[in-house]
Design a protein around this ligand. Structure first.
Ligand code: NDP
Ligand code: 2IT
Length: 447
């Protein structure tokens, strides 16, 4: 078995040697999915995983725009259209200086499995730019988004590819992107999700990733006859996913101890309650400030510059910032301090060695492609509402989100069983995601 996996990974490495994040994502999937393929004749000998690791299409383009001082700026834009076997490409856009082909291919690859898990009909894709939104004026953001869409609009459409937000892309950016798409194509369609509520957006979409992650953590705990109520929760990040994960933890009776950004983290031993979270939401979403400003308002909290929150003792950890933000040493500290559950809000935030630590200790561990799937699932619900030209209520969407997270949990249990009571959610999510896409690819032939 090991030889099969090594041989497969050698081929992928030869083709994508300079893409470490992509190789990391593929390796994690191959280790659990290849054994399953070998045991099942319908998948064996058809190079099905080799077909899945090759994007159906990769688009890279120049984005020129003029900044507030009149200087011409040049950025690189991308869209990776990974797999459309079960539906139109679907996945977010990331604007961050670190964006490159490796990061977008890893995200697009993860998205294929995640979207399959949602039970909805969405293929996988991801895009973005090395544009850095930090410190830019609203007008600069608008000019960049408009310039980005002048090219992207040729490659997307409501039945082709439906982008949404990710790091650095929120409701403001989706608005500017949608405006330019509509002008160029002269169509008002559901080509993007995460839209404003008055122009085609869905209730609960802003909350969905964070809420979904907490629903998933709650499902895992319930399966172990436990609950999130009364638990101490450490969260990283302070963006969209972190904020709404914190909101749901508070609603369900847990205590949120930390939030962070790329400069450091804040620790509030009293717990970040509703009022304090409102302050953070205003600080991050309206003032676009830094998390360290929390201690100016709440001086009893502490700010640790340049550090991550994993050394704070907790029962549950939710990494909600970015890839590889939780390494082996962080995992060991979490375990030493008694952490019993890790539910990933971000995409691939735990390194491979960190995940091995969690598995070895047999704590509950949910990989992002299962636990953060609530965001894209609710994007799928936004697409459905756009097609129906009808809006569901907040409760209707939230109920569907809960049901989808519960279905994903069931799928993970079905495929993630081990020879003990322990559920391997990584194996479960990878195989369940794989089966649906692979079946569709086999049905559609070699294309
Ligand atoms: P936001 O841009 O709203 O927030 C990102 C947060 O993560 C910020 O606090 C940011 O800090 C921090 N962060 C970003 N990059 C780094 C870094 N290199 N090191 C440390 N901290 C960093 O993004 P989202 O909340 O939407 O996304 C967070 C994660 O969740 C990502 O992994 C994304 O792919 C994933 N995700 C998002 C979904 C969504 O619906 N939005 C759906 C599913 C997954 P700073 O301000 O300092 O950069
Ligand atoms: O990683 C993700 O699932 C997202 N950024 C959300 C994608 C979407 O299409 O809503």
């Amino acid at each position: 078995m090991k030889k099969n996996i090594d041989d497969f990974l050698d081929i992928v490495k030869q083709r994508n040697g300079n893409e470490p994040e992509f190789l990391q994502a593929v390796e994690e999937v191959a280790e659990t999915v290849l054994p399953y393929i070998i045991e099942h004749d319908i998948y064996y000998g058809k190079n099905i995983l080799l077909r899945m690791v090759e994007p159906e299409r990769v688009i890279s383009f120049r984005v020129c725009w003029v900044d507030d001082s009149g200087e011409i700026q040049v950025n690189r834009g991308y869209r990776v259209q990974m797999n459309s076997a079960i539906g139109p490409y679907k996945g977010g856009l990331r604007f961050h200086p670190s964006v490159n082909m490796s990061i977008l291919k890893f995200l697009a690859f993860e998205q294929v499995f995640k979207n399959s898990l949602t039970t909805l009909q969405m293929g996988g894709g991801k895009g973005g730019s090395d544009f850095d939104p930090k410190g830019k004026s609203d007008n600069e953001i608008m000019r960049f988004c408009h310039a980005f869409m002048t090219e992207l609009c040729r490659h997307i459409g409501p039945n082709t590819d439906v982008p949404a937000g990710d790091i650095g892309v929120g409701s403001r950016e989706i608005g500017f992107l949608f405006g330019m798409y509509k002008k160029l194509r002269n169509e008002f369609t559901g080509v993007l999700t995460g839209k404003g509520l008055t122009w085609g957006g869905s209730l609960i979409r802003p909350e969905a990733t964070g809420y979904g992650n907490v629903y998933f953590a709650q499902q895992m705990l319930t399966h172990n006859n436990d609950t999130i109520k009364g638990k101490k929760v450490v969260i990283s990040g302070s963006g969209n996913v972190a904020q709404y994960a914190a909101e749901k933890v508070i609603q369900l009776g847990g205590t949120v101890l930390t939030l962070s950004d790329s400069s450091g983290y804040i620790y509030d031993s009293e717990g970040i309650n509703r009022d304090k979270l409102d302050f953070v939401m205003n600080l991050k979403n309206v003032k676009r400030g830094r998390i360290k400003e929390y201690i100016d308002k709440y001086p009893d909290a502490v700010y640790k510059e340049g550090e991550k929150p994993w050394a704070v003792a907790c029962d549950v950890a939710m990494p909600c910032a970015t890839q590889n933000e939780l390494n082996e040493d962080d995992a060991k500290i979490l375990l030493k301090n008694g952490c019993i559950c890790v539910s990933e809000g971000a995409n691939m935030p735990s390194t491979k060695k960190a995940i091995s630590q969690f598995h070895k200790a047999k704590i509950l561990f949910a990989p992002g492609k299962a636990s953060n799937a609530g965001g894209v699932a609710t994007s799928g619900l936004e697409m459905t509402q756009n097609s129906l030209r009808y809006n569901w209520t907040r409760k209707e969407v939230d109920d569907k989100l809960k049901e989808i997270m519960s279905d994903i949990h069931e799928s993970c249990i079905k495929y993630g069983k081990t020879n003990t009571d322990y559920i391997d959610y990584v194996k479960g999510a990878n195989i369940a995601g794989f089966v649906k896409v692979a079946d569709a690819m086999l049905a559609q032939g070699i294309i």
